[in-house]
Design a protein around this ligand. Structure first.
Ligand code: PBG
Ligand code: ZN
Length: 335
């Protein structure tokens, strides 16, 4: 604050710009809109399933016959895009159900495209929901230690991506953090005639405890060990920039930082360094914390969520993947 030597009062008064609500609207730098939102959904095998996820109140696993109504509501709310996760009936060592032409996600894509063609459909491409061991690709023995076989996973990722594109997916989002995954998927899509399908790479994905509730939702918890040999160490920021640079060099069209809350410095650095579209994933544990505190009456859920998501935009996110999307769409519509 600058003080006028003659009067002793401040001459620079930022409060002037806060003096009228309409003026506050005029000088507001960021605006969260429904167009920023991507809604993640869990598609479950079987019939007549609409099961609430215990650690994610308000979020459900849907079987195909119950998915249509849920998706219609998302479209009606004006949410532009959904991200699909599939939970198949049969899991095996290589996650072979992931690439079946009539697999759970493939069928879900066709259903959504037929029923709500205005929705943009993104598919998460990984194997942890499809493998019986819950890791993000087939395993190999590395001197007595089982680890995901990076290079054996690459052609499988390409195959899964092509099968999603054939079913009608609009965008592919590989989340397994395998080295070379974007290049392999780009080559696979291009070879199958899907040169126009963009790749949203989970480029800086950290090995995070915030994924806990998701693993209940997707039934994808690893049966042994953890994901630290492929997901990033939460302590590493420079490495996140190297990961993003690699994914862009391999052909990623958009990049994601995940989780969001504890990694907003990464969002900002990625945006400033590369100037590409950046997505922030407001993950399951972030959602669960807000819902739990709100259920206790300890926080104002609406204000907390809008403040948080606006903070993601201020940090540089162009789009936000969030389980709060339907609530946010309603709040923004109704004021
Ligand atoms: C699978 C995947 C995960 C999430 C998105 N894709 C979980 C994981 O890596 O274990 C987490 C999403 C969330 O927590 O909301 N690779
Ligand atoms: Zn995975």
């Amino acid at each position: 604050m600058v003080f006028s030597p003659s009067s002793g009062y401040p001459t620079h008064r930022p409060r002037r710009l806060r003096s009228h609500p309409r003026l506050r609207d005029l000088v507001r730098e960021q605006r969260l809109t429904v167009d920023d939102l991507i809604y993640p959904m869990f598609v479950y095998h079987g019939k007549n399933v609409r099961r609430e996820i215990a650690s994610m109140p308000g979020q459900y696993q849907y079987s195909l016959d119950r998915l249509g109504d849920a998706v219609a509501e998302i479209a009606e709310l004006g949410i532009p895009s959904v991200l699909l996760f599939g939970i198949p009936e049969h899991k095996d060592a290589t996650g072979s159900a992931a690439s079946h032409d009539s697999g759970i996600v493939q069928d879900a894509i066709r259903l959504i495209k037929k029923q709500s063609p205005e929705l943009h459909v993104i598919t998460d491409v990984c194997f942890c929901e499809y493998t019986d061991h819950g890791h993000c690709g087939p395993l190999t023995d590395r001197s007595g230690r089982l680890d995901v076989d990076n290079d054996a996973t690459l052609p499988l990722l390409a195959e899964q991506s092509v099968s999603h594109a054939q079913a009608g997916a609009d965008m592919i989002a590989p989340s397994g953090m395998m080295d070379g995954m974007v290049q392999a998927i780009r080559a696979g899509l291009d070879g199958a005639g899907f040169t126009h399908i963009p790749i949203l790479a989970y480029a800086a994905k950290f090995a995070s405890a915030y994924y806990g509730p998701f693993r209940e939702a997707a039934e994808s918890a690893p049966s042994f060990g953890d994901r630290r040999s492929y997901q990033m160490d939460p302590a590493n920021g420079d490495e996140a920039l190297r990961e993003v640079a690699l994914d862009l060099a391999e052909g990623a069209d958009l990049v994601m930082v995940k989780p969001a809350l504890a990694y907003l410095d990464i969002v900002r650095r990625v945006k400033d360094s590369f100037g590409v579209p950046v997505a922030a994933y407001n993950v399951s544990g972030e959602y669960a914390m807000v819902k739990a505190a709100a259920a206790k009456g300890w926080i104002d859920e609406r204000r907390i969520v809008l403040e948080t998501l606006t903070g993601f935009k201020r940090a540089g996110a162009d789009m936000i993947l969030t389980y709060h999307a339907p609530d946010v769409a309603r709040w923004l519509r109704n004021g």
